[in-house]
Write a protein that binds this ligand. Sequence first.
Ligand SMILES: NC(=O)C1=CN([C@@H]2O[C@H](COP(=O)(O)OP(=O)(O)OC[C@H]3O[C@@H](n4cnc5c(N)ncnc54)[C@H](OP(=O)(O)O)[C@@H]3O)[C@@H](O)[C@H]2O)[C@H](O)CC1
Ligand SMILES: [K+]
Length: 495
Amino acid sequence: MNRPELILTPIEMKQADAATIAAGTPGIDLMTRAGRAVADKAAEMTARGGRIVVAAGPGNNGGDGFVAARLLEQQGYRVSLGLVGQRERLTGDSALAAEGWRGEIVAAENLPFQQADLIIDALFGTGLTRGLEGAARIAVERMNMSGRPILSVDLPSGIDGDTGEPLGVAVKAAATITFAARKPCHLLMPGRTFCGPVTVADIGITPETLAATGARIWANSPPLWLHALPRPGTASHKYDRGHTLVASGGATRTGAARLAARAALRIGSGLVTVASPPEALGVNAAHLTAVMLRGCDGPEGLYAILKDMRFNSLVMGPALGVNANTRAMVAVAVNARRSLVLDADALTSFEGIAEELRQVLRHAPTVLTPHGGEFGRLFSGHPDILDPPSKIERARRAALYTGAVVVLKGPDTVIAAPDGRAAVNENGTPYLATAGSGDTLCGIIGGLMAQGVDAFEAASAGAWIHAEAGASFGPGLIAEDLADLLPNVLRGLLT
Ligand SMILES: NC(=O)C1=CN([C@@H]2O[C@H](COP(=O)(O)OP(=O)(O)OC[C@H]3O[C@@H](n4cnc5c(N)ncnc54)[C@H](OP(=O)(O)O)[C@@H]3O)[C@@H](O)[C@H]2O)[C@H](O)CC1
Ligand SMILES: [K+]
């Protein structure tokens, strides 16, 4: 199986860079390999003899641009190069790289972008510290307005490598070539949409060196969790595959729990039961077949059900109601020490009192699945959690604070564990933004935990599988479809 794909933050990348140099590879060699990779990619995108316009910045990103410019000219391209800043101010490896460029150097904002067959954006990479102003800003605006394809070196200039946020104006690239590993901005929104397809070039920094930085962010894909997915043995009994309990809302709010329950069953939970308020038993019974049904009158009812130790995984929140009753049910669930997924109303019931939730959560493996709005409500009054500009950091801090795995949903769903591990999902589809989609996701995660999958792997696998199912259907998707798309996704993973 492939290795999980490690994502490096700009700081970690600099550490890996420095460690490689300290181990004997000169920095200019790394830059030359990086520049060669850029030139190869540019040549792939442009017919021989075409016109390539390179915009170089004052740091090493610009150095990569100088190397690429030289190599492309040697290959017969007509290359123009422009610089932001003074040639004499270049230092270190980028000064060395600039020495290899014998052509003219113009001011970057005056480059003939309109006439380019390809623009190479080598203005700023991982060293960007603030929004672009002056000549750099004008150069980026002109590049974007030219309508010509742009290849960004490392990342689109103007995008923050850590967060994926534009710090002002930013390059809209047709493609991006990065080095050694992807950075968070290549996966997180909106950065991902500025990059175009991203190629990772090997410049001789080993996977061991990357890992030695202590990097703990991964692209969420099967190599991260496939080993943990349950595979029933020939002697498996349904009780070996766990029993998921899903709490239903009142008589007019029962659909969400059934969506979660069906997904839990499809993902392989041996048994699934909906715990329904007495007044909703009729409507739930009318719609359930393989999923079982139990009457459950609030916290006391739940306490009674959970005396049966075979219920090993609970899903609570979808349409459960935002109130003290829900809070009390969460407390009962947590005290029963079963695996727990809390979503929607089970989170919003703790609006502004995340401390109360944190107190109860210490007891059991728990996954919280908020979308951005629920996250903001739950942690209102916690600027330390809500304010970091990186979505990964926000999810991590929430995980650390609550002791739970946090799935912060969106087109770039981030899954974070209290120990600092984080995964970023990127296989979703906008069609998943539909009513009931989240209910299905928490059913999938609960169903995986019922089968003994650890919280972080269950949440990561659940987010990926859910997105894959949605993407496989595409236009017209409704939440009712999702559970029945799971077998096909599972077949692809397990056979
Ligand atoms: N990672 C690797 O293994 C390799 C990476 N390479 C390339 O190097 C860049 C990172 O290079 P670095 O020099 O650290 O950073 P940048 O080139 O991105 O930018 C730094 C310079 O830009 C100035 N700066 C920053 N923000 C702005 C701004 N908004 N406006 C104007 N100037 C700005 C900064 O100056 P300060 O004033 O902030 O001090 C620097 O002068 C990486 O992205 C790769 O492309 C290697 O070539 C190969 C190995
Ligand atoms: K760039």
